[in-house]
Write a protein that binds this ligand. Structure first.
Ligand code: TTP
Ligand code: MG
Length: 385
């Protein structure tokens, strides 16, 4: 007789993510309270564990953090950099399960079902994964393993930092009997108050009232809560599927056929699309130009390049060439461009192929970083027109 493998979901959450990256990159920050935040919103994004001892927390105003911990090192977030580190983490995860769902910049769910059948084995596999993340990034993470998603997420938080917490199937009922309802993801302040007035303190207490009661009281959220109280979470691990193209378009205030105006819009769009591609670490081979005329008719024209690109200049120049080839004299009400055909393996360059210009890539990276820091309006690159 064969039995179905036990479901196992792993949840990974990086420890003090942004702060750990900064401590990794700057030895002087290690072992010290580091607070990441500032800028327009003036709130703490996160802080190192050393700073948490002083009561500093995410989403706290920087001014309050300064009062609690004036000696801390305050660092502005470097989002593009954290995104890159995040990508490296996700790459490691993909070698541990065919089903990986990135849930935020520093969290992911993996389906471990069927990969191991015994508890000690899933733990060993999780520990290997943790060590490999450390090796690839120099950073520590915490892992939770449980039969379903919400329990895995709770588990990963139980022994932070650098913890691996396994919640075995047979231990779930006892765990729910002692799990404070506030720990169930989705139970916020408001639901918390409702539960309190009903003297529902632990997850299992929810079952004192019937399903219909919760549905009446909290609607869909009530039904989900009733399921969670029984350790049920039907949500599967859903791998993210990348968009198949990236595009931008603009409709003009007044229709135009002025080549300089059209070129300027294409440039701004290439900049936007290029930045999005670079942020996602993607490149595409096909550039498409879209034109909508005064009479609302529309055409698209595409060109496929020998190698995939995410360079602003290449996207722009290709779209501009397509525009010029149209020898269009009609007025346009909309212009747009897109990049598609992502992700094929880089092939050998042919004799006539142009490789990506490293100087262009460097310029793009610099401008991306500046925009990340000062907002999209901050930079208008030295006009190339
Ligand atoms: P979290 O995983 O919630 O926090 P963390 O990784 O810093 O610390 P922990 O060890 O407790 O997991 O969030 C991940 C990152 O998201 C965090 O490093 C910074 C960012 N973030 C914000 O910008 N604002 C916020 O309010 C929160 C909670 C996180
Ligand atoms: Mg985290």
């Amino acid at each position: 007789m064969t039995t179905a493998p036990l479901p196992w979901i792993l949840h990974l959450d990086m420890d003090a993510f942004y702060a750990s990256v900064e401590q990794r990159d700057e030895p002087r920050y290690r072992g010290r309270p580091v607070i990441i935040g500032g800028g327009d919103r003036g709130v703490v994004a996160t802080c190192s564990y050393e700073a948490r001892k002083f009561g500093v927390r995410s989403a706290m105003p920087i001014s309050e953090a300064r009062r609690l911990c004036p000696q801390a090192i305050y660092v502005m977030p470097r989002m593009a950099h954290y995104q890159e580190v995040s990508q490296t983490v996700m790459q490691v995860l993909h070698s541990y399960s065919p089903l990986v769902e990135q849930a935020s910049i520093d969290e992911a769910y993996l389906d471990f079902t069927g990969l191991e059948l015994v508890e000690s084995d899933v733990r060993a596999r999780a520990q290997r994964l943790q060590a490999e993340v450390k090796e690839a990034t120099g950073l520590s993470c915490s892992l939770g393993l449980a039969p379903v998603k919400f329990l895995a997420k709770i588990a990963s938080d139980m022994h932070k930092p650098a913890g691996v917490t396994v919640l075995a199937h047979h231990a779930v009922p006892a765990f729910l009997a002692r799990l404070p309802v506030g720990k169930i993801p989705g139970v916020g302040k408001q639901t918390g108050l409702v539960l309190e007035t009903l003297s529902v303190h632990y997850a299992a207490d929810i079952l004192r009232y019937p399903r219909e009661f919760w549905e009446r009281k909290l609607g869909k959220a009530g039904l989900a809560l009733y399921e969670r109280a029984q350790g049920i979470d039907p949500r599967p691990v859903t791998p993210y599927t990348e968009p198949k193209s990236e595009s931008a378009e603009n409709t003009f205030d007044a229709d135009t056929s002025d080549p300089a105006v059209l070129a300027r819009w294409l440039f701004a769009q290439a900049e936007r699309v290029g930045a999005r591609l670079r942020k996602g670490g993607r490149k595409g081979r096909t550039i498409t130009l879209k034109m909508k005329f005064s009479d609302f008719t529309q055409i698209t024209r595409s060109r496929t390049l020998p190698t995939a690109t995410n360079t602003t200049r290449v996207i722009y120049e290709t779209a501009l060439a397509l525009l010029h080839e149209q020898k269009n004299t009609q007025r346009l009400r909309l212009i747009g461009l897109g990049v598609s055909q992502f992700g094929e393996v880089p092939r050998q360059l042919g004799f006539f192929d142009t490789p990506e210009d490293p100087r262009e890539a460097k310029l793009d990276a610099t401008l991306d970083a500046l925009r990340e820091k000062f907002g999209p309006a901050a930079i208008v690159r030295g006009r190339i027109l």
